[in-house]
Design a protein around this ligand. Sequence first.
Ligand code: NAD
Length: 244
Amino acid sequence: MSTEFDGLSALVTGGGSGIGLATATLLAERGARVACLDVNPPGEPFLGLKADVTDDASVRTAVAAAAEHFGGLDIVVNNAGIGAAGTIADNPDDEWLRVLDINVVGMVRVARAALPYLRRSSHAAIVNTCSIAATAGLPNRALYSASKGAVLSLTLAMAADHIEDGIRVNCVNPGTADTPWVGRLLDAASDPMAERAALEQRQPMGRLVSAQEIAHAIAHLASPLSSATTGTALAVDGGMQGLR
Ligand code: NAD
């Protein structure tokens, strides 16, 4: 059965876990050949590429390896990212720089390395994993929110800069999602059950979003069927942005 991703190749950063792994799995199910760039990459059926998005040389090597292996590159899912709790009083400068380096500059490094290949594709798309934190004013998440605010602006700027290259650039804004990352957050809470209930109640649907639901939104934006969509942010947040 043919699908819209047949013949296309994709690179998913942070593809070793959570939203990235769910996205890589879905794109592969729909016919794409998929490479996963991660500090802890998965194996078959993906092309696992061990690289750290804070290391420009390792990013360039991994992106080139994916493009060489597939004979080109059509889709980049810029998803690798980390969380950070705290108000501005809590995180020292070096923590700000570390999180911004991963969550923001990491996406720039990957997209920059992929540009020459994407320019040669007839179906080029970049999807950045942003967050509801970019626009929601979440308490105790100053650094994380600033990093995702930057991802939102970066998405719009890249969409404008590369429209004539034929590269569409969009982002997804997930609400709190049921991934290993949130599992670790809950494990660290004094009362994990109460913390989970609080996170669920924050979203109008009264539940967390699944990694698969976010993967479907990413695949939608990455698909050649979304050929007129660029410079948008798609919320996948149980109604949080629209209804609260
Ligand atoms: P996760 O921790 O399950 O997966 C993140 C993956 O990124 C891991 O495989 C990790 O090894 C990789 N990674 C981390 N730092 C890296 C680096 N420097 N270089 C290469 N790979 C690195 O997390 P997740 O919940 O799937 O989150 C993925 C993305 O979704 C992040 O950008 C995050 O900000 C965003 N997001 C998550 C949620 C949520 O509630 N889980 C909500 C909104 C946005």
